[in-house]
Design a protein around this ligand. Structure first.
Ligand code: PEP
Ligand code: MG
Length: 536
C-alpha cells in the first residue's frame, strides 16, 4: 500500500479502481508497414470504436439537455462514415505503405485546410470538427483514453490536471472520485466536485501517474489522502467510515422542510450553487430554498460553438420549471481565466484572472450578452428568475449592463425581474454603497474576492498557505458590503465557497447576511449547524 497526500478539494470517501486519463500523445510519425490490409483493418476498427463513443456521448448529451452538443456528436459520426475521408486514409495507407496514425493525421490536415479555404464562416468552422474527429481516431489508434469517454462502471478518475471544460463533460454517474497530481482546491474543478458531492483530492504530485491506472484505491476527501492498493485492514476501516457517513446523511434528511433558524430565532436563507441543469435534482433532494448561483458559463464550456438563444432558453427553462417557484439566480456568462471555450478565441493574456473575462467580455461583445439575456428573460416567464452580473468593479459597468438588459426586456415585452451583482472585487465591496442604489441584490463571491484581496492566484496550489480565507481584510469587506446593502434595503448573500464554512456562519448572521448559497450537499449540514446555535 502507498499513501499519497494532497490538498482537499471535496469531502467524502470513495473506494474503487483508478481510471487514469491519459493525454493524447503528440508525435505522430510515419512508420512503414508490411501488411496493408491489416493496417486498413486497424483503421476500420478504430472508426467503429469512434462511432460507438460518439453514440454514447450523444446519449449523455441528450440526457444532460445540451442539445447543441448532442447534434455535434451526430455530425461527427457522419463525418467518420463519410467515404471521402475514409478513402483518403485508406489510399494513403495503401500507396505509402504507412501506418494508420500517419494516414489519419495527413487526412486531417488536408480536410481541415479544405474547409478553412471555403468562403462561408460556417464551412470554415467545420475544420475544427475534422480535427476533433481525427483526434478521436488517433486516441483510439494510440490507445489513449480520451477524457470525455465514460467507463463502463463507476471509477476514480485520475489525471495530471483537469480543466473545468473537461470536468463538466465527464459523466457524473460514473465518477466515484476525482484525483489529480496538479490543481488547486480553489479551482473550478474542485468547486465542480463539491457541487456534485464527489470526493476529490488535488495536488497529489508525481506519485499519482499513469502507472496507477487500473489500481485499487481509497480516496479520503476530508483528509486529502489517497491510499493506493490498500491493504485489507485499511480498506475495511474506510469502508466502515463510508457506511457511517451514509448513516449520518440519512439522519440529516430529517431536516428537510425545516427552516434554517437559530435557537434565538435568527433565520438565514440557504440556497444552492449549480453549474448545469443536471445539478437540480441534488438541489431539490437537499431542500435548498432556491438556486443562489447558476454558473451559466458551463453551458458555454460544454458546447463546441456559441450556444444559441434556443439552446440556452431550453436549459434555463428546464431548471426554472423544476424549481417550481423557488428562486433561480442565473449568473451571466463568467468565461475567461481558467474557464475557457476555444470558440471565443480570447487573446492570450499574461494575467487572465485580471483580464478580459466575465462581464468585461459581455460589455465588449454585446451580441453574446444579448443572446444570453434574451434566453434568460424568456425563461423567466416560467418561474422565479433573477439575473446576476459577475466581476463588477465600477458603477458604469453595472449601469451599461442594466441599459442593455432593459433594451432586451422591452424588445421581448418581458416582465421586470431582479437584477443583482456579485461582489467579488475589492473595488465593488468598497463602493457597495453606490452600487446598492442600482442593484436589486448583492451576492458576495468570496472565491474571487479572496483572490483579488489577498493577491493569491486561486489556481496556484503553491499558495495554499497564503490563502487565508478568514483574513480580517476579507471579513471587513464582507461586513462593509452587508452594511451597505442593509442601509439601501437590498439583500446581501454569500455564494462563494466561504458560505459553507460553518466556522463563520455565526459571524455572517451577525453581519446581517441574508442568505448563503452553497454546494447542494452542504445545505443540510449547515442547516443542522444553524438550528443548534445561538447568535447573540
Ligand atoms: C466567486 O468568485 O466566489 C464565485 C462564486 O464565482 P466563481 O467561483 O465561479 O468565480
Ligand atoms: Mg467569481
Amino acid at each position: 500500500m502507498k499513501t499519497i497526500s494532497g490538498q482537499k478539494a471535496s469531502a467524502g470517501i470513495a473506494l474503487g479502481k483508478i481510471n487514469y486519463l491519459r493525454r493524447r500523445k503528440k508525435d505522430i510519425s510515419a512508420k512503414s508497414i508490411d501488411d496493408v490490409q491489416k493496417e486498413i483493418q486497424r483503421f476500420e476498427e478504430a472508426v467503429k470504436e469512434a462511432v460507438k463513443q460518439l453514440e454514447e456521448l450523444h446519449r449523455i448529451a441528450l440526457e444532460k439537455m445540451v442539445s447543441g452538443e448532442a447534434e455535434l456528436f451526430e455530425v461527427h459520426s457522419m463525418m467518420l462514415t463519410d467515404l471521402d475521408y475514409r478513402d483518403s486514409v485508406t489510399n494513403i495507407i495503401t500507396k505509402e505503405k504507412t501506418n494508420a496514425e500517419y494516414a489519419v493525421s495527413i487526412t486531417q490536415d488536408i480536410f481541415s485546410q479544405m474547409f478553412l479555404d471555403m468562403d462561408s464562416d460556417y464551412m470554415k468552422a467545420r475544420a475544427a470538427d475534422v480535427r476533433d474527429v481525427s483526434g478521436r481516431l488517433l486516441d483510439i489508434l494510440q490507445g489513449n483514453s480520451p477524457v470525455l469517454i465514460s467507463a463502463e462502471k463507476p471509477v476514480i478518475i485520475a489525471a495530471d490536471d483537469l480543466s473545468p471544460g473537461e470536468t463538466v463533460q465527464l459523466d457524473r454517474n460514473l465518477i466515484l472520485a476525482l484525483i489529480t497530481s496538479g490543481g488547486s482546491s480553489n479551482s473550478h474543478t474542485a468547486i465542480f466536485a463539491r457541487n456534485m458531492g464527489i470526493p476529490a483530492v488535488v495536488a497529489l504530485g508525481q506519485e499519482l501517474n499513469e502507472g496507477c491506472d487500473g489500481k485499487e484505491a481509497i480516496v479520503a476527501g476530508e483528509e486529502a489522502v489517497v491510499y493506493l492498493e490498500p491493504d485489507r485492514v485499511t480498506a475495511e476501516t474506510w469502508a466502515a467510515r463510508q457506511d457511517a457517513d451514509k448513516i449520518q446523511k440519512t439522519a440529516l434528511a430529517g431536516l428537510i422542510g425545516l427552516p434554517s433558524i437559530t435557537l434565538d430565532n435568527r433565520e438565514i436563507k440557504l440556497f444552492a450553487n449549480i453549474g448545469s441543469p443536471a445539478d437540480v435534482d441534488s438541489v431539490l433532494a437537499n431542500d435548498a430554498q432556491g438556486i443562489g448561483l447558476f454558473r451559466s458559463e458551463f453551458i458555454y464550456m460544454e458546447s463546441r460553438g456559441f450556444p444559441t438563444e434556443e439552446q440556452q432558453y431550453a436549459a434555463y427553462k428546464k431548471v426554472v420549471e423544476k424549481m417550481q417557484g423557488r428562486q433561480v439566480i442565473i449568473r451571466t456568462l463568467d468565461i475567461g481565466a481558467d474557464k475557457q471555450a476555444d470558440y471565443f478565441k480570447l487573446p492570450h493574456e499574461e494575467n487572465p484572472a485580471m483580464g478580459l473575462r466575465a462581464l468585461r467580455i459581455c460589455l465588449t461583445r454585446p451580441e453574446i450578452f444579448i443572446t444570453q439575456l434574451r434566453a434568460i428573460y424568456r425563461a423567466s416567464a416560467h418561474g422565479n428568475v433573477a439575473i446576476m452580473l459577475p466581476m463588477v468593479a465600477s458603477l458604469w459597468e453595472l449601469l451599461e449592463a442594466k441599459e442593455i438588459a432593459a433594451r432586451v426586456r422591452c424588445e421581448l415585452k418581458a416582465e421586470k425581474i431582479p437584477l443583482g451583482i456579485m461582489i467579488e472585487t475589492p473595488a465593488a465591496a468598497l463602493i457597495s454603497d453606490e452600487l446598492a442604489k442600482e442593484a436589486d441584490f448583492f451576492s458576495i463571491g468570496t472565491n474571487d474576492l479572496t483572490q483579488y484581496t489577498l493577491a493569491v492566484d486561486r489556481q496556484n496550489s503553491a499558495l495554499e498557505r497564503f490563502t487565508d480565507v478568514h483574513h480580517p481584510a476579507l471579513l471587513k469587506l464582507i461586513e462593509l458590503t452587508a452594511k451597505n446593502a442593509h442601509e439601501a434595503g437590498i439583500p446581501a448573500s454569500i455564494c462563494g465557497e466561504l458560505g459553507a464554512d460553518t466556522e463563520l456562519t455565526r459571524a455572517f448572521i451577525q453581519m446581517g447576511i441574508h442568505g448563503l448559497s452553497v454546494p447542494p450537499p452542504a445545505i443540510l449540514p449547515i442547516r443542522k449547524h444553524i438550528r443548534e446555535m445561538r447568535v447573540d
